[in-house]
Design a binder for this molecule. Sequence first.
Ligand SMILES: Cc1cc2nc3c(=O)[nH]c(=O)nc-3n(C[C@H](O)[C@H](O)[C@H](O)COP(=O)(O)O)c2cc1C
Length: 380
Amino acid sequence: MTDTESTSVFNSSDAGSLAERKARHLEICVRPDVYAVETNRTGLDGVRFVHRALSEKNLADCTTETEFLGLPISIPVFISSMTGGSDEAYRVNRELARAAQIARIPVGMGSMRILFRKPEVIDHFRLKRIAPDVPVFTNIGGVQLPQISHSLIIETAKKIEVDAIAVHLNIGQELFQADGDTEFRGVLDGIRRLCEASPLPIIVKETGFGISPDDVAALLDAGVRYVDLAGAGGTNWVRVEAHRSDDTTTADEFSGWGLPTGVLLGALARTGDGRKRDGILASGGIRTGMEVAKCLALGAEAVGLALPFVRDVTSGGADAVVKRVEDIRTVLRSVMIMTDVATPRELRSVPLWSTRAFDDESASLAATATDEPGRDNADG
Ligand SMILES: Cc1cc2nc3c(=O)[nH]c(=O)nc-3n(C[C@H](O)[C@H](O)[C@H](O)COP(=O)(O)O)c2cc1C
């Protein structure tokens, strides 16, 4: 496909309306007093750590430092992909990038799609200049991959000097968006081809409904560096879109849709060879340091937050984001000491105890996977 063909993706929606839509998303997401956009069930409350009264760790033994995309970061927490393209979005992104640089954590940005139509806003996406010492990743929709030239995506990513490209999967949102995409065939193939062509690592994420164990396996097999589960329990994009159209009747039926982040991690730990695999990021509904610690213990390499950080920026700028990260660090470090481990990675090996409901749901979801060891038995 040529670069000229790439503009066909804008047939139904020009850059102006795209920027307006992004601005409206922001407005809806930062007004919890007016718009309910969250669903609040990750399943993580069904999991607990085993407190170790005889921990042998001193505070000085423990570090939250780790790596992301091979680059050093201060804690395995990242700012999930959000916005870009409008003036307000730029203001938000600048503060998020400033916070990421201060806190030394990775930062994602919203879809770069608008750049193919409105290249003059490229500076809005040059967050690496604000956060030169941390991993920064750009973003593009999976549904756009069969439509846009991959060389254009890669060249644009290089121009804005990012460390990775995140591809988002958002069928639910597209279906409930008045001018949304409705053609979803060919996305996995597009991801595979992008992985082959791109010198930059590819991250694939959902936007709040999760990625099933079989789809995770397919994405890792396609060459994806990280799969960010972006599961259910936080921002529900069908709801966000419904608020935009002022009619929530049918969207309400999707309030409980999706794979809760914690249950999904529990299921993944039960599939394949049963060991926690590399390359999994967790996000979707993560709001506290304890939830971050639980995701790491369940096998995530790093944990992302979106809605809390964008609300922080609105209420208190970069300082509020940094404060939240420091609070998460305090909790994570305390959990590490109280479970007798010195690094976030070691949390993966600590024993967990869980409710019957969590175990049943994780096992039931794992049993849907075609590579799940007990599946043949389950099928009789
Ligand atoms: C204001 C806002 C804008 C977002 N825009 C994007 C986007 O452009 N691309 C993307 O992949 N995800 C986007 N997301 C989704 C988040 O990255 C995340 O997957 C989702 O909100 C679930 O996480 P949360 O519960 O922590 O909010 C956006 C989220 C918010 C709150």
